[in-house]
Design a protein around this ligand. Structure first.
Ligand code: UDX
Length: 437
């Protein structure tokens, strides 16, 4: 099929490359010429395992092209909208300006039977409003919604072999055609058994919002339990194992620690809350404000723990921060708990050195006093205390005897509950974590 992808950020670049990898002819459009140039050379402006490889093969095959010229979408019949929906500056609401701009830019180039497919995460009701926008502009193209559930670090696998596909359709005459186009574009995944949920536009939009809200709630639930466990001497990891064996609960997303960050979960629960308030349903999702508050409190807990474990005074304390990305296998520091922990320690007067295997880009400039180390060994040299905030495999595999030889004092705060307390204590460390004795 010939498809276009509007927006070449994280979602759009991955989607475009994955669709070309499946054999489709893809034209990917972005207003940012630097981004388009980099992608056209096969260099994604962010770290995502496997993406450079499929980008290179798709570019070589000629099936994938990047451009800033929206008129080049004219040969495609299916147009994916994959632009960002950032948090508005003054409220938690989603800022839809890029979605509106993308649809407006597409309209003059649409054929009468074309299908626009929204992938961006949007407040419920957006798709219907966009359908009206198309009609008002005199376009007979059809709008469908196909939310994206990819995780950073696993984006290629999640796009090529998703857990499920969700297609939302309106009531207009183009729905049948939109359905067959989406079934064609994802034919390989469907043939290999991926469940497909076909529904209306509002449900398709809400599925994404609800899924992220549920995941965030699971994490904050276990983090709340970690606070209780800590005061009562219980062990939150064993608690998570035990409740996780209940198939109705499940063990995934029950890892207590410094909490969730990134470009999706924090912004999406705030946008959901804002949208519910607009609908007069604020109290229905008021618990999400608490989910957010518990999550942000974890960052404060970690800062306080580091200072307490090092003797109560942060002034002049040399702290090694292990990890800056919001999670491993990513270089993304958007709303990263690690950055807030580093910032809090700096504000308390500590001398903070951080190391992350991938996150060292310009986003870190917001912490000018933060020193960056080039290696794990380097960050540990002379440290009074280390705090593990992102569970990169090399941190989890760190030998405490090696760490102890490099550090000035043997103290570690495990803010992801991933190190073995017995091994670290046996090596002479003062070890602490969140909610494990
Ligand atoms: C998330 C959703 O998983 C994905 O479906 C959606 O499309 C976008 O948002 P992502 O932001 O890439 O994906 O990361 P994810 O792997 O979901 O982790 C989110 C955050 O939760 C990370 O900061 C992670 O460290 C944290 N987390 C996850 C926990 O603190 N505990 C857990 O048990 C699981």
């Amino acid at each position: 099929m010939r498809i276009s992808v509007i927006g070449c950020g994280y979602l759009g670049a991955v989607h475009a490359a994955a669709m070309a990898d499946l054999g489709h002819e893809v034209i990917a459009v972005d207003v940012d010429a630097a981004k388009v140039d980099a992608l056209a050379e096969g260099k994604p402006p962010f770290f995502e395992p496997g993406l450079p490889e499929i980008l290179a093969s798709s570019l070589d095959s000629g099936r994938l092209r990047f451009t800033t010229d929206i008129s080049e979408v004219a040969g495609a019949s299916l147009h994916f909208i994959a632009v960002g929906t950032p948090q508005s500056e003054n409220s938690g609401a989603a800022d839809l300006r890029y979605v509106h701009a993308a649809v407006d830019a597409l309209i003059p180039h649409l054929g009468s039977t074309d299908v626009i497919v929204g992938k961006s995460t949007v407040p419920v009701g957006t798709a219907e409003a966009l359908s009206h926008r198309l009609l008002a502009a005199g376009s007979s193209a059809t709008l469908a919604w196909n939310p994206e559930f990819l995780r950073e670090g696993f984006a290629i696998k999640d796009t090529l072999s998703p857990d499920r596909l969700v297609f939302g359709f309106g009531e207009g005459p183009g729905a049948l055609q939109a359905r067959s186009a989406l079934r064609d574009v994802y034919s390989q995944a469907i043939a290999s058994g991926t469940p497909v949920v076909e529904t209306d536009l509002a449900t398709a939009e809400l599925v994404k919002t609800a899924a992220n809200a549920f995941l965030a709630t699971k994490i904050s639930f276990i983090n709340a339990m970690s606070e209780i466990a800590e005061v009562t001497g219980a062990n939150v990891t064993e608690l998570a194992d035990a409740i996780g064996y209940d198939a109705r609960i499940g063990r995934k997303f029950l890892n207590a620690g410094v909490g969730f960050g990134g470009g999706c979960l924090p912004k999406d629960i705030r946008a959901f809350s804002a949208r519910a308030q607009e609908l007069g349903l604020g109290s229905s999702v008021a618990f999400l404000d608490e989910v957010d508050a518990i999550n942000l409190r974890q960052r404060e807990r970690v800062i306080a723990r580091v200072i307490a474990d090092a003797g109560g005074d942060a002034a002049g304390l040399r702290v090694a921060v292990l990890g800056l990305a919001f999670k491993p296998h990513s270089d993304d520091v958007r709303d990263s708990p690690a950055l807030d922990v580093a910032q809090g320690l700096l504000a308390a007067g500590a001398d903070v050195v951080a190391y992350d295997p991938q996150a060292h880009g310009p986003a870190l400039l917001r912490l000018p006093k933060l020193n960056l180390a080039d290696t794990l060994e380097q960050v540990l040299v002379g440290a009074d205390i280390a705090v593990l905030v992102t569970e990169w495999p090399e941190f989890v595999a760190l030998d405490p005897r090696v760490a102890g030889d490099l550090m000035a004092h043997k103290r570690v705060v495990d803010a992801r509950n991933v190190l073995d307390p017995d091994t670290w204590r046996a090596a002479g460390f003062h070890y602490s974590s969140l909610g494990r004795p």
